[in-house]
Design a protein around this ligand. Sequence first.
Ligand code: NDP
Length: 244
Amino acid sequence: MIQEQVVLITGASSGIGAACAEVFAAAGARLILWARRQDRLDTLAKRLPQECTVLTQAVDVRDRPQVLAALASLPPDMANIQILINNAGLSRGLEPFAEAQISDWEEMIDTNLKGLLYVTRAILPDMIARRQGHIINVGSIAGHQVYAGGHVYCATKAGVQALSQGLRLDLLGTPIRVTEIDPGMVATEFSEVRFHGDRQRAAAVYRGMTPLSAHDVAEVILFAATRPAHVNLNQIVLMPVDQA
Ligand code: NDP
């Protein structure tokens, strides 16, 4: 049952994270929404059903002190996080390795891997102590298939896969669940971010295919979160029908 559970969603200001906020709010969860763009979080919070308890916090997951401070400032009734959705992430550029920007590599590694680690490490001890929790990591098909120019992004998502499996092994013997959700192409701001705001290049990515919607992914995440307590969906790959 998701009703009244506290769910922390990172990267909730757009795309899959924002869609998760909507579907979990509709299911009766209480939400903590993180991203850097506070204005976007607040606009989203206003769209959610009035009866939904929602707290927005501007948090950059790459900044560990900021992560810890945000958690420390939670009101007592929101401090027991039962579901953590590690969704914040991005890809930058598709340049050949020798031409890639080192700053792009650092941004992807710092967000997709270190950010996920910081947030999980900060929340997990409480989950273990309370013997209750579900960690849901948003990976990608890019963790399974490497494509030209995708080297570092694919490496970060392969890393999310290894971390999810490792975490699950570590938590055997506890009731805490770990799920990895690996989507194919999803129509979000992701491509625009990848190409540093170049909308034409971003739109070209989806030409000739029907990508997943952010809601398609959010509904699968809600499904994983609402299985009976003894059922763990380890890894779910969901693809557009026309993506190889
Ligand atoms: P969006 O760009 O729409 O959303 C990304 C979210 O991550 C935004 O809310 C952004 O918020 C947040 N974010 C980025 N950097 C940080 C940071 N340092 N600290 C906190 N929040 C951050 O893309 P998607 O919804 O598509 O991406 C969500 C996840 O899904 C990512 O992990 C992505 O890798 C994965 N994915 C996406 C696919 C796709 O085709 N779209 C396919 C497979 C996986 P803000 O900028 O406000 O901080």
